[in-house]
Design a protein around this ligand. Structure first.
Ligand code: ADP
Ligand code: MG
Length: 257
């Protein structure tokens, strides 16, 4: 279970999140959605323990974040990474096997086997010796996904893993996420495409600096909630829901990709 209580967070004097409160049971595939600048990445960073909240608390599996960090794996937003750093694809994935209290940057045979296994899972084996800077956006995203998978964590957190990736990479990423979920593990993913959000997730956290709604998708993905978050013309949103050929109430019946 993830429990977020009274959470307010931001940067310096700037508040990016106000008073967020929700709890969702695991296993779950949770989408964090909302317009640009609504605090999605900030929420993900506080869940990861990367950003210390101004007030409030977050617990996972009934424990504070600081005690469960080893159970989390993170795929950063690709435009937040320095691509000039000279490092090979395989070494990026191996970083996922690093344990803070192990003896230096030495990897065992099993670490290397696991890194190779997950690189293959994302369809990037043939690029293992390439420099990360030489890859396309979609390929980089798959390598960072392999690094996160190599941690073999219980919860995978991703920030817009499908943004700016080619269709082939997108499909591969979704199929890997679907396998991960089928192993009974949980995913928390920032996402900004409403159309696909309605078919991907089983739970949603809908943000607009404050929390609009959180919970099972059929309760959250409603016209009035989406309007509150996006402030968009009603007709655009209702049109979209209409195109899906569904009412929000049965959106969760969509087959998983
Ligand atoms: P989203 O991911 O939903 O687009 P963010 O969580 O990145 O939104 O940002 C929420 C707010 O916090 C925005 O107003 C953004 O400008 C601000 N912000 C994000 N990162 C920083 C930062 N490192 N320093 C200062 N302000 C930031
Ligand atoms: Mg963001």
């Amino acid at each position: 279970m993830i429990e977020v209580h009274n959470l307010t967070a931001g940067y310096g004097k700037r508040t990016a999140l106000w008073n967020i409160d929700f709890s969702i049971h695991f296993p779950a595939f949770i989408g964090i959605i909302g317009p640009n600048g609504s605090g999605k990445s900030t929420l993900l960073k506080t869940i990861l323990g990367e950003l210390i909240p101004f007030t409030g608390s977050i617990s996972l599996f009934g424990k504070p974040i600081s005690e469960v960090k080893h159970r989390l794996a993170y795929v950063p937003q690709i435009n937040s990474v320095d691509w000039n750093f000279p490092i090979r694809v395989m070494d990026v994935v191996l970083m996922g096997r690093f344990r803070p209290n192990s003896w230096g940057p030495f990897y065992s045979k099993s670490d290397r086997e696991k890194a190779a296994f997950y690189l293959n899972a994302v369809g990037m084996s043939e690029f293992s010796k390439r420099q990360i800077g030489e890859l396309s956006g979609g390929q980089r995203q798959r390598v960072f996904l392999a690094r996160a998978l190599a941690r073999e964590a219980d919860v995978l957190l991703l920030d817009e893993p499908l943004a700016g990736v080619d269709a082939g990479s997108g499909e591969r990423i979704l199929s890997v996420l679907s396998d991960y979920q089928q192993q009974g593990r949980s995913i928390v993913m920032v996402h900004h495409d409403l159309l696909t959000a309605s078919t991907l997730f089983d739970h949603l956290v809908l943000m607009q600096t404050r929390l609009v709604a959180a919970g099972p998708i059929q309760q959250v993905f409603t016209l009035s909630n989406l309007q509150t978050a996006y402030g968009t013309d009603v007709s655009i949103l209702s049109d979209m829901i209409h195109k899906l050929g569904q009412t929000p109430g049965n959106l969760s019946d969509h087959p998983k990709p």
